[in-house]
Design a protein. Structure first.
Length: 99
């Protein structure tokens, strides 16, 4: 559960699954990672426009690895702990370990 001062809240559950970046030609291995799925939302979550919230950072005081930290552990394919995100109206790109 995550609540906000103006009364909006969101809740859901955590799960683990394998994440693979790239395409079938690259043969990147899948990495087991913890992710979340929201099930309930209220108030401003219904009426506000999307504002760019993307949960890829660690939680305050969290000791659990984030999705990016799990991907960075694949040293055979990811040679540096950098990433970039390009979002577009009809797609985008997440690059991990390169430019």
């Amino acid at each position: 559960h995550q609540g906000y001062t103006e009364g909006s809240s969101i809740s859901g559950f955590w799960f683990k699954d394998y994440v693979r970046l790239g395409d079938s030609i690259q043969h990147n291995p899948a990495v087991l990672s913890r992710m979340g799925c929201h099930q309930n939302e209220n108030n401003l979550f219904y009426t506000q426009k999307a504002n760019g919230i993307l949960g890829i950072g660690p939680g305050r005081g969290s000791t659990r690895a984030t999705l990016l930290q799990n991907l960075f552990q694949d040293r055979e394919h990811v040679r540096s702990s950098i990433f970039s995100i390009c979002l577009a109206e009809w797609g985008g790109r997440l690059v991990v370990g390169g430019y």
